[in-house]
Design a protein around this ligand. Structure first.
Ligand SMILES: Nc1ncnc2c1ncn2[C@@H]1O[C@H](COP(=O)(O)OP(=O)(O)OP(=O)(O)O)[C@@H](O)[C@H]1O
Ligand SMILES: [Mg+2]
Length: 290
């Protein structure tokens, strides 16, 4: 299975939201990282065939999705960023309703809805109205509706927004259990989510793909460049701050601990530490803004 995206472009009236974005996607979980306005939602909407690209092409198993039409849409599952729930529907009725919209027969939908309510751990709340749900519960219901048709391609736009750490872990396990032989793309601002579930990371900036690879591959580029140092003099802290890119500042009573990204040792007693994805994300965005 392959989804080939070739120079996909979306020009809004006066905004180039996605700019010749190309990638070949194979089964696996892709984490799409990018700051606000990077073009993630626009890209995902085009992949879901909801938004028409200005130019470029998407091919599913070698065939243009424009030609595939409905045959392509039936393999898709989508959780939009601003998902509209129906407050007076119960969880179960909501899933049945979405299933009907997707053209799934009532018999199949009943089985699948019950299965999914169990998977997303909303079995006990199936008869409860959505307006009584917490953010995390709504999010899990949103994932369930995206999985109704057992999609081969699952697109989740900021699925972990508003989830607490416990819900986050549940969600990650849910995605992992579901992702076999599927292409899953999820966007997020939360780097640690991606660290745990994504096989590959795509970093997007100003409509472009600026990085792509496994977390290990991407982190390699930062080896030897992340430093930690303890500084006792406030003036030194200010000086370092003006020269280097400081990832983190931790203030104690009489000293400051700094995490710095730099090619060379930034300070006499600075020691190299293992880079993490947050370093990478912040460093990359910083570098390009200089
Ligand atoms: N319908 C629209 N008309 C005009 N401009 C738009 C429209 N939708 C999005 N944009 C612009 O296109 C750019 C990309 O927006 P998009 O929503 O794809 O970004 P995003 O990466 O999903 O951001 P966020 O992280 O905030 O969700 C932004 O500058 C946005 O203002
Ligand atoms: Mg978005």
């Amino acid at each position: 299975m392959e989804l080939a995206i070739d120079r996909l472009t979306k020009q809004y009236k006066n905004k180039l939201a996605v700019d010749r974005f190309s990638i070949n996607l194979k089964p696996g979980v892709y984490g799409l990282l990018g700051s606000n306005g990077a073009g993630k939602t626009t890209l995902m909407r085009m992949i879901c065939d909801i938004q028409k690209p200005t130019s470029g092409q998407i091919k599913y198993n070698g065939k243009d999705i424009k030609q595939l039409g409905e045959n392509y849409r039936t393999v898709l599952g989508y959780l939009p960023q601003d998902f509209g729930y129906y407050p007076d529907f119960t969880a179960y009725d909501f899933l049945m309703y979405i299933a009907a919209l997707k053209g799934i027969s009532k018999e199949k939908a009943e089985i699948r809805a019950n299965e999914l309510l169990q998977i997303v751990n909303l079995e006990n709340e199936r008869k409860q109205k959505i307006k009584t749900f917490s953010g995390g519960m709504k999010q899990r219901l949103g994932i369930a509706q995206a999985m109704l048709n057992n999609p081969k391609i699952l697109i989740l736009d900021e699925p972990t927004a508003g989830l607490d750490p416990k819900e986050r872990v549940k969600f990650r396990n849910l995605i992992s259990s579901f992702s076999q032989d599927k292409i899953v793309i999820l966007s997020t601002h939360i780097v640690s989510d991606i660290e745990f579930i994504a096989d590959r990371i795509i970093v997007m900036k100003k409509g472009n793909k600026i990085l792509e690879g496994t977390p290990e591959e991407l982190l390699k580029s930062l080896n030897g460049k992340v430093w930690k140092c303890t500084v006792y003099d406030k003036k030194e802290v200010a000086k370092l701050n003006s020269i280097y890119y400081i990832i983190n500042i931790h203030q104690e009573n009489n000293y400051t601990e700094l995490r710095i990204v730099s090619d060379k040792q930034p300070y006499l007693h600075a020691v190299n530490v293992e880079p993490n994805l947050e370093d990478l994300y912040l460093a990359y965005f910083q570098e390009n803004e200089k």
